[in-house]
Design a protein around this ligand. Structure first.
Ligand code: NAD
Length: 335
């Protein structure tokens, strides 16, 4: 049985979605849509799909099993609400929403119709992160996590709209990091945060440092900078140090995972395989898109609930908005 999908938003990142879908058995993206007719036509020709410029017209005509939304955040609510009337599963790119109200409306629209809603949070699906999660049992109860995404890569070349985003680091990569932290360490009860504008050529805050307290009592420190001078630059890797009562896991540059225990250190390679359609250093992200999408098929087939769901991601949005608030007010915010 083939699951028939459609893609909305034929921009920069959607190419990764399309390449990955094309290699997943039992899935066919039958139609693509972009308000820019040339972009829709380009993806349709490259991937053997039908092209549309109007999402409503496409959904009414094609009646897909699932809708993959790869547009920027401003369009998400209208498109998710529309898609919920036409498919069994909706996938929405991050950032899920700009406001809790929009996020709640999307979750409610899908829940009311029994439609599965996933947010395309691929960082937790990166191989080094999956491996770290799988090895966590060896360090005992997790007590502390330091997660850092610091680099100087020119993200504005492929995504020029980012240069005008106010709370850039928190809303672009911060929410990926918060999703990973919640996945590894559990829910957050309070947050303090400092933001910085480092790059004089952008208008928003392109760096932040957040301090989180978890329900378990564990503490996490989350850092992000888009204007660090590092050689070698670890982009696009996230580096981590996770301490438990019995040991420590360390994710270092060059895709090395180190397990420190009371009897010594074990170190192994966690570099993802570069997909045949991919290229370094993007293979980290490209492989994670394929892993995320493979589990989306399991959701369609009723084998998994999906991670993260819209409802789960709503709490990550709440945390991100709380971090923005904490940075603006200089106060710790309770969740
Ligand atoms: N998960 C990741 O690792 C990752 C990486 C990069 C970007 N992203 C996210 O992906 C999303 C898209 O980013 P991008 O850089 O590809 O943006 P982009 O601007 O290159 O592409 C978005 C496309 O959506 C189209 N579009 C907008 N509204 C539409 C509508 N109502 N109907 C049909 N088409 C519409 C635009 O014309 C554009 O072609 C963003 O939310 C971004 O944060 C995620």
């Amino acid at each position: 049985m083939t699951h028939r999908g459609v893609l909305i938003g034929c921009g920069f990142f959607a190419r990764n979605h399309m390449e990955a879908w094309a290699r997943i058995d039992g899935v066919k993206i039958v139609a693509v849509c972009d308000t820019d007719a040339a972009k829709a036509a380009g993806y349709a020709a490259a991937f053997g799909a039908e092209a549309f410029t109007d999402a409503g017209a496409m959904l009414a005509r094609v009646k897909p099993d699932f809708v993959d939304i790869a547009t920027t955040v401003q369009s998400h609510r209208a498109l998710v609400e529309l898609a919920a009337d036409h498919a069994r599963m909706v996938i929405c790119q991050k950032p899920f929403a700009e406001t809790l109200e929009d996020g709640q409306a999307m979750v409610a629209a899908c829940a009311a119709r029994g439609v599965a809603l996933l947010v395309h949070e691929n960082f937790r699906w990166q191989r080094p992160v999956r491996e770290m999660k799988a090895a966590m049992g060896a360090v005992g109860s997790p007590r502390f996590l330091r997660l850092a995404f610091r680099h100087g890569y020119d993200i504005y070349a492929n995504q020029p709209y980012l240069a005008g985003v106010q709370d850039l680091a928190l809303t672009d990569v911060g929410l990926h990091l918060f999703d990973m932290v919640r996945d590894l360490m559990g829910d957050v009860t309070r947050v303090a945060c400092e933001t910085q504008r480092r790059n004089p050529a952008v208008t928003g805050q392109d760096a932040f440092t957040a301090l989180l307290r978890h329900g378990s009592g564990a503490v996490s420190s989350v850092e992000c900078s888009f204007y660090s001078v590092l050689d070698p630059d670890p982009f696009p890797q996230s580096l981590a140090l996770l301490e438990g009562d019995e040991g420590t896991l360390e994710l270092t540059a060059g895709y090395r995972l180190r397990l420190h225990s009371r009897t010594g250190v074990r170190e192994w390679d966690v570099e993802p395989v570069c997909p045949d359609w991919g290229a370094r250093p993007w293979h980290l992200i490209q492989e994670s898109v394929a892993a995320f999408q493979a589990q989306a098929v399991a959701v369609l087939e009723g084998r998994e609930a999906g991670a993260p769901t819209g409802a789960h991601n709503l709490e990550t949005l709440r945390l991100t908005l709380a971090a923005i608030d904490a940075a603006k007010t200089g106060k710790t915010v309770e969740l």
